[in-house]
Design a protein around this ligand. Structure first.
Ligand code: AHR
Length: 517
């Protein structure tokens, strides 16, 4: 976020000194007030609901035992989908869901997951522990889940160990209405209407688990695959090429240089914020180190966008942050008990989620879609379950961080500038609707409570309400025994002399909805 000089800030406000307006002693000491200017006429871009996208991989207990308990389970389910998970995900809203991987996608053969369940082959999941999966969750089940939770499906295709004809057939199977062998097979498997899947990934991490390729090798394969991935029955596929990890422009340039004009609709990039401690045992130093990575995430996004924009028609390529989130040191006992990468979400994780979501608002003109990894049980998940036999399903701190940002969806992000750089690292973003302004704040400091004052340029605040997620313990989390340790609470915000004011205690995320006159 750009900071402005105090003089510029005062000039922007058209007033003598904002600090002189702060009623000293009424709220807190004036030295702890952080001032922001919300420039409602300085638009960044649309906050696409897809910035709040999700990712489900056949990994650990994300799908089996997490989202999917099976049709014969004693756990309440809808055709095998865990009922409580469906409800929670519907509530928070999942704009888009990417499946079946990740690394798994490049070893997945879609035909294994269609047809009568009893006849589906059992396969070894080679990437995530070498266990056997029964393929009871396949394409039809995924599409049904998407419909249950209101998500747009995003299928990640197999390039690493698959073929152009296999992927081309998957597209036809899903999207062609009727009359061809593949569409009739889909109808025979119970789906009369085409699935109309728009988003198709062409490989995942092709520089690593997706085939260990050089950029030019991947580009050649991408071109070959793309020839056959056509519009079937009126649904034009939106092809997403495998992009770089972090700021690796060597990969993106290498791919784009060798595409010979066969540009993809989107390029995916991955950025995990690695953590050096166990999820529930972070100290302040390591939390600060982890949260600081968002500065690098911002730079990486801007860099990748600039690389794309540098190619003829490159500005048309959508930049997709396909996997992001905190990836901590997961205790092996947790993984043994609950599956690979089963990671608890804490107050710290919620701060990380909110820093990311604030960033996406501020970079709304550069991004198209962002999918946090992953939706249930794995890494920075929204929900945690206790296994296929248990009904328990807990909403994590990350779930609540997403809930706090829901109000931004489909609004227009606008610029917010601080009066001076925030020593506490307060992060802010704003978006506006017809007569409404939504502001989100993160106070990542472990020991400083702050008051924020927002002056709105281009609109007069009439009424304000706020919600907050806060716990003074950075390691606080929602467990199966205590599922409501960290939940959203109503928070006090007020309008004072045309400014919006709210307290931001240490380790908090807050969203204020402002009615504008
Ligand atoms: O999300 C876990 C793994 O991280 C994914 O399978 C892979 O794409 C990435 O390396």
């Amino acid at each position: 976020m750009r900071s402005v000089s105090r003089r510029q800030f005062v000039a922007d406000c058209g007033c003598v000194s904002l600090l002189s307006l702060v009623p000293r002693g009424v709220f807190v000491d004036a030295s702890k007030v952080q001032e922001f200017l919300v420039k409602t006429d300085s638009e960044i871009g649309l906050v696409r609901p897809e910035f709040h996208g999700h990712f489900a991989e056949h990994l650990g207990s994300c799908v089996y035992g997490g989202l999917w308990v099976g049709r014969n389970s004693k756990v309440p389910n809808i055709n095998g989908h865990r009922k409580l998970a469906v409800k929670y995900l519907r509530d928070v809203g999942v704009p888009v869901l990417r499946w079946p991987g990740g690394c798994f996608a490049d070893d997945y053969h879609w035909r294994d997951g269609i047809g009568p369940e009893a006849r589906r082959p059992k396969r070894v999941n080679i990437h995530w522990g070498g266990y056997v999966e029964d393929n009871s969750f396949g394409t039809h089940e995924f599409i049904e889940l998407c419909r249950l939770i209101g998500a747009e499906p995003y299928l990640a295709g197999n390039v690493g160990s698959g073929s152009p004809s296999e992927l081309r057939d998957w597209v036809e199977y899903c999207n062609y209405p009727a009359g061809s062998a593949l569409s009739e097979e889909r109808i025979g498997n119970g789906a009369r209407e085409p699935f109309k899947v728009r988003y198709w990934g062409v490989g995942n991490e092709s520089w690593g688990c997706g085939g260990d390729m050089k950029p030019e090798e991947y580009a050649a394969l991408y071109r070959r695959f793309a020839v056959y991935l056509k519009e079937f029955g009126g649904t034009a596929p939106f092809l997403i090429a495998s992009g770089p990890s972090r700021a690796d422009v060597r990969w993106s340039r290498g791919v784009l240089d060798n595409l010979r004009g066969e540009l993809p609709d989107g390029l995916s990039m991955h950025y995990y914020e690695g953590g050096k401690q166990e999820p529930t045992k972070f100290d302040v130093l390591h939390m600060t180190e982890q949260l600081r990575i968002f500065k690098d995430v911002e730079e990486a996004i801007c860099l990748q966008r600039a690389v794309l924009d540098g190619y003829p028609r490159g500005s048309k390529i959508a930049l997709i942050l396909d996997e992001w989130g905190v990836w901590d040191q997961i205790p092996s006992e947790d993984e043994k008990r609950h599956g690979a990468l089963w990671q608890q979400s804490t107050m710290r994780s919620a701060l990380a989620a909110a820093l990311g979501l604030n960033l996406f608002n501020r970079l709304a003109d550069r991004l198209y879609m962002c999918n946090i990894a992953q939706i249930v049980n794995v890494l920075q998940s929204l929900l945690m379950t206790e296994g296929a036999e248990s009904e328990k399903c807990v909403r994590t701190t990350t779930y609540y961080a997403f809930a706090l940002f829901k109000a931004h969806r489909s609004k227009t992000a606008v610029r917010v500038v601080p009066s001076e750089p925030s020593p506490e690292g307060i992060s802010v973003s704003a978006s506006k609707g017809a007569k409404e302004l939504v502001l989100s704040f993160v106070n990542p400091s472990a020991d400083k409570d702050v008051v924020v004052d927002c002056t709105v340029l281009g609109g007069a605040p009439k009424a304000v309400t706020a919600d907050m997620l806060h716990n003074p313990d950075l390691n606080a989390f929602n467990s199966f025994e205590a599922p409501d340790q960290v939940v959203i609470q109503r928070h006090t915000a007020r309008i004072e002399k045309d400014k919006i004011r709210l307290e931001l205690p240490r380790l908090s995320v807050a969203t204020a909805s402002v009615e504008l006159g």
